[in-house]
Write a protein that binds this ligand. Structure first.
Ligand code: CA
Ligand code: CA
Ligand code: CA
Ligand code: CA
Length: 338
C-alpha cells in the first residue's frame, strides 16, 4: 500500500509541474482595460504583471499570496466578472527528441547547430522527426526493414548488430535454401557479386548502414536516422549493372514474398539506398531502361528507393545521371547539404 501511495504522490507531483505554479494567464472581457483589471483583482493576492497580447487583452498575473494555491487562484480569478478566460501558464516544450548517443553532437546532418562550421539548421530535422517516431514495427507488428545496397557491412559492429535483419527461416552455412525463397543461406541479406549469402565487411557500406539505422539512444557511438530498424545487407553497388539489378532483385523478392504471404515470409522492406551510379550517363537517353523499370517494380511492391547523385559539381538536371536522373515515381534523389 505504501508503494502505491508513493506512486500517487509522485504522479501528482509530476502533474503539478506541468505549469508555472505562481502564474495565471487571463483575458479581460471586451473593453476592460489593464488598469481596471488591476482594480478588479484583490491586489493582496494577485498582481497583474504585464500584458502578453495587449490587443487581445491577455495578461500575466502573479499569485502574490503564498497561501493561495494555484487551483484556488484559478477558481477565484475565473469567477471574476471582468475576466473572460483564465488558465494556467502551462510549460511548453520544443517538439524535438534527442538521443543519448555520445557522438550525436558530431552528426551535424541530423541536427546542425553550426558545430562543424556549417550553416545552422542545414539538416534533416531528425530530432523533430524523432518526436513522432524512431522506427520500429508496422501496424501488423512486423519489423520495418531498410535494404542497404552497398559494398557490404561489418555485421559484428556493436552499434549495428541488434539492428540487422535476420531471415530466421534460413539455416546459415548448410548450402541449402531452407526457406525456399530461391536464395541459399541468405541469413542477413545477399551478396550479388558472388550470388551467395556470404556477406563481408566494407567501410562505406558500414557507414551507410549506420546513417540509416545505427542503434539510437543506446548510450553508444552514434544514432541512425532510424533508431530501431532492421538493416538488410545487400552487396552489389559496383561493377556492372547486372550486379546492381541482382541486388535490387533480392530486395524485390523479399518484399513481394511478404506481400503475397501476408507477412508470413519475406520482409517488410520499405526502402533501399543507392550511393552508386554511372557518372555522366543520361537515364533518359534510351540506353538505360532497366534502371527505371527496377525502381518502378520495387515501388509497386511498396519499396521506395533513395539515390545519391554524382560526387561532382554538375547540374544533373541538365546533363542527366544514372540513377538520379531517372524518372521513376518511386525514386527519391538527393544531394549534399552543408
Ligand atoms: Ca534542424
Ligand atoms: Ca533462402
Ligand atoms: Ca541455409
Ligand atoms: Ca548508438
Amino acid at each position: 500500500m505504501k508503494k502505491y501511495l508513493t506512486m500517487i504522490i509522485l504522479v501528482s507531483g509530476l502533474l503539478a509541474q506541468k505549469y508555472a505554479p505562481g502564474n495565471i494567464l487571463i483575458q479581460g472581457k471586451n473593453r476592460v482595460s489593464m488598469d481596471e483589471l488591476k482594480i478588479g483583482l484583490d491586489a493582496s493576492r494577485y498582481q497583474v504583471v504585464k500584458p502578453l497580447m495587449k490587443r487581445a487583452n491577455i495578461y500575466l498575473v502573479k499569485i502574490v499570496d503564498r497561501f493561495v494555491t494555484p487551483a484556488k487562484a484559478l477558481q477565484e480569478i475565473s469567477e471574476n466578472p471582468w475576466i473572460q478566460h483564465a488558465q494556467f501558464d502551462h510549460y511548453v516544450s520544443q517538439r524535438q527528441t534527442f538521443p543519448n548517443d555520445p557522438s550525436f553532437n558530431s552528426q551535424w546532418g541530423m541536427h546542425n547547430t553550426g558545430q562543424s562550421g556549417g550553416l545552422e539548421d542545414a539538416d534533416i530535422d531528425a530530432p523533430e522527426a524523432w518526436n513522432m517516431t524512431t522506427g520500429g514495427t508496422n501496424a501488423l507488428g512486423d519489423d520495418i526493414v531498410v535494404a542497404i545496397v552497398d559494398g557490404g557491412c561489418m555485421l559484428s559492429h556493436s552499434d549495428l548488430d541488434d539492428n540487422l535483419w535476420v531471415n530466421s527461416d534460413e539455416i546459415p552455412g548448410n548450402n541449402v535454401d531452407d526457406d525456399y525463397d530461391g536464395y541459399v543461406d541468405d541469413v542477413n541479406g545477399w551478396n550479388a557479386y558472388n550470388s551467395n549469402g556470404n556477406l563481408s565487411s566494407d567501410g562505406h557500406g558500414t557507414h551507410v548502414a549506420g546513417i540509416v539505422g545505427a542503434e539510437g539512444n543506446n548510450g553508444s557511438m552514434v544514432a541512425g536516422v532510424n533508431w530501431n530498424v532492421k538493416l538488410m545487407i545487400v552487396m552489389g553497388s559496383t561493377g556492372t549493372t547486372s550486379i546492381v539489378l541482382e541486388a535490387y532483385g533480392y530486395v524485390l523478392d523479399q518484399r513481394a514474398l511478404y506481400n503475397e504471404t501476408n507477412g508470413e515470409e519475406g520482409a517488410f522492406v520499405v526502402s533501399t539506398n543507392s550511393s552508386f551510379g554511372i557518372d555522366y550517363a543520361d537515364c533518359n537517353s534510351g540506353d538505360y531502361p532497366l534502371w527505371d523499370e527496377a525502381y518502378t517494380a520495387l515501388g509497386e511492391a511498396g519499396v521506395l528507393s533513395a539515390a545519391a547523385t554524382i560526387n561532382a559539381n554538375q547540374n544533373v538536371d541538365n546533363i542527366g545521371d544514372v540513377p538520379t536522373g531517372c524518372t521513376s515515381d518511386y525514386l527519391v534523389t538527393v544531394t549534399n547539404i552543408t
